[in-house]
Design a protein around this ligand. Structure first.
Ligand SMILES: NC(=O)c1ccc[n+]([C@@H]2O[C@H](COP(=O)([O-])OP(=O)(O)OC[C@H]3O[C@@H](n4cnc5c(N)ncnc54)[C@H](OP(=O)(O)O)[C@@H]3O)[C@@H](O)[C@H]2O)c1
Length: 264
């Protein structure tokens, strides 16, 4: 085994899906643990990887160990696996608020510690992952890490102080964008469109807009201006959004999410 996941729910399976698809590791090189037999069955059926209910087995059988359980279980899981960890292991935390120093301390020995902040679009290969590492991780290992996280989307290495910002702007924001898409579709339904078609129009508009930002490199304001013709329909909508505090609502939501992340 080369890579192990303790916890294989939404995020764990999204990451493994990308890793397998891009052939970074083969099925036989991956082992995952879940809390329940039901979870193990799900991982075997969906991903075809080896499974166990014993977290220590994951550590014994892999050198790169990703902690993909909910943040509240980090402490008990680390207590459980502590005696199996060696200086050869690389431990990856993906939970908000669990810092490199915290992870290192709970591991109880000096080892390579990494943090990923991925997001659920990883499930469709369009994830965005912020990564930071401790001083024991070499450049070569960072290249391997990038290869792994690139397999389910894009990767940016950031200083650890930015991880809460990453959590807000890409970890949490898909939820806010889904709310935007839902609201857009509701409006289209109100205007007479069938529900399924409404989601398709709304989601494709969001996808295309995001692609324009990434591929043209143009300022989002400039791209917005390209849609707003004088006295036209779009500027009328812009006026309505500004009046409702749309930008401020998004701004405050991200800052609140980052602040919460810092406290976890
Ligand atoms: N979801 C996101 O958008 C997102 C984004 C960035 C980061 N994250 C982080 O990713 C982590 C996982 O989130 P998730 O959304 O993937 O959670 P999830 O879907 O609820 O999955 C949690 C997994 O952990 C397993 N588990 C629970 N307790 C365990 C234990 N003691 N030992 C071994 N496995 C255990 C569960 O097994 P069973 O299925 O058997 O119960 C399940 O496979 C969290 O720390 C979260 O903060 C999530």
């Amino acid at each position: 085994m080369k890579i192990g996941f303790i916890g294989c729910g939404n995020m764990g399976s999204a990451m493994i899906g990308g890793i397998l698809k891009k052939g970074i590791f083969q099925k036989e090189e991956i082992i995952v643990s879940n809390l329940t037999e039901e979870g193990s069955k799900r991982s075997r059926e969906k991903l075809g990887v080896a499974t166990t209910l014993d977290n220590c087995e994951v550590v014994r059988r892999s050198k790169l160990v990703v902690l993909a359980v909910k943040p509240q279980f980090y402490e008990e899981v680390l207590k459980e696996i502590k005696n199996e960890l060696t200086a050869e292991h690389m431990i990856v935390g993906i939970a908000p608020g669990k810092t490199l120093a915290w992870l290192q301390e709970k591991c109880g020995l000096p080892l390579k510690v990494v943090r990923f902040m991925p997001n659920t679009p990883a499930m469709v290969g369009e994830g965005m992952t912020g990564v930071c590492v401790n001083e024991r991780v070499t450049q070569e290992e960072m290249n391997k890490i990038r290869e792994i996280t690139d397999s389910f989307g894009r990767t940016e290495f950031v200083p650890e102080r930015l991880m809460d910002a990453v959590g807000a702007v890409s970890g949490c924001s898909p939820a806010y964008i889904f709310m935007v898409i839902e609201a857009m579709a509701d409006a289209a339904v109100e205007l007479g469109m069938a529900r399924k078609q409404a989601y398709s129009f709304a989601a494709q508009a969001v996808l295309g807009s995001a692609k324009m930002v990434l591929e043209t490199g143009m300022h989002p304001g400039e791209l917005k201006d390209m849609v707003t013709s004088p006295a036209g329909t779009t500027i009328e909508g812009v006026r309505t959004l500004e009046k409702a505090g749309f930008r401020s609502a998004m701004f405050e939501a991200l800052v609140a999410a980052a602040e919460k992340g810092r406290k976890l």
